[in-house]
Design a protein around this ligand. Structure first.
Ligand code: MG
Ligand code: MG
Length: 319
């Protein structure tokens, strides 16, 4: 399934094309899925019977407007660049500034943690202790930027970074492990290898308490209909993204499959887009999707990032 003869982006290498693909692909998935969030299965096919999906907007979103998924990914990416590495209190501070600016969309769990007033290293554990529920998909959806940055740190390095960033908002280690898996699969894809084939190896590096449940949703025969939770939870979200990648043959088809599942469509498509973009590369993302793509940044003045800025961020993160 891997396009090894894929043409590189003009002036770039095949690896650069995959780096841009992961970050821009995730944002494109977010914006494509946003108008359908919490809709039923089959929404994409119903809206685009000819299979040619557009950035249609709706549900409060302009065509091509990315949501919290991409906003948080940008905040992580800019922190990594400006702080010269992983500085968790800085990322948490950026998240909190953004959350306090009333973004159009924010995950319930993320909002409760960020606006709790608790310190950066206690907010998520306190929330988990009180609520008993902290396995939302909110740490997966923002992982494209750190995954691109920490790929150079190798398997153990990127998985460790994923866990620490996830833990800023998610107290349940299931979310840490899932985000670690996503980081590693993106690392493999950026190397030009097949992330689907890397799943068994990756699972061996998942904490043993969480391995069986992750092995279930990442198994080759798993289907989103097998999910035991809504796809706003971390397990079916990543399982569905991998399913969408595994059962289709192009960037575009994988995102169509992801959005068509319904539910948390922007986030499942953002995760799918990160993986599929890393596999197929930026050059395969339809221009009718990258042209209208834009990412407002609440809390940061009137800043709006478009595809060239996202691509620049991705390239710097991988440098
Ligand atoms: Mg969102
Ligand atoms: Mg969502």
């Amino acid at each position: 399934m891997l396009p090894s003869d894929q043409p590189p982006l003009a002036g770039g290498t095949a690896r650069t094309d995959r780096v841009l693909g992961a970050v821009v692909g995730s944002a494109v998935g977010d914006a494509l899925g946003a108008p359908f969030e919490f809709g039923p299965a089959g929404v994409y096919t119903a809206r685009f019977p000819d299979g040619v999906g557009e950035m249609c907007g709706g549900g409060g979103w302009d065509p091509g407007e990315a949501t919290d998924d991409t906003q948080m990914a940008v905040l992580i990416g800019e922190s990594l660049l400006e702080r010269g590495g992983l500085e968790l209190p800085d990322i948490f501070g950026r998240f909190r500034r953004w959350a306090g600016a009333d973004p159009k969309d924010i995950g319930l769990q993320t909002e409760q943690v960020l606006l709790s007033g608790d310190p950066w290293d206690l907010a998520a554990p306190i929330h988990f202790q009180r609520s008993g529920r902290a396995a939302g998909n909110g740490s997966l959806m923002r992982a494209a930027t750190p995954a691109v940055h920490f790929a150079a740190a190798g398997r153990d390095g990127t998985m460790a970074a994923a866990r620490r960033i996830a833990a800023l908002t998610h107290g349940d280690a299931a979310a840490w492990e899932g985000t670690a898996v996503l980081h590693e699969l993106i690392r493999v894809a950026l190397d030009g290898a097949d992330p689907v084939a890397a799943v068994p190896d990756t699972l061996r590096h998942v904490h043993e308490d969480h391995r069986p449940r992750w092995a279930t949703v990442l198994a080759p025969g798993w289907h989103p209909d097998d999910a035991t939770e809504f796809n706003g939870a971390v397990w079916p979200c990543l399982g569905s993204a991998l399913w969408a990648l595994r059962t289709t043959g192009s960037f575009e088809a994988s995102l169509a499959a992801a959005v068509d599942l319904g539910g948390d469509t922007d986030t499942v498509a953002a995760v799918t887009g990160a993986l599929a973009g890393a596999v197929y590369g930026f050059a395969t993302i339809p221009q009718r999707w990258t042209d209208p793509l834009h990412v407002p940044l609440p809390g940061y003045g009137d800043r709006v990032l478009r595809t060239p800025e996202l691509a620049g961020l991705a390239e710097q993160l991988a440098a």
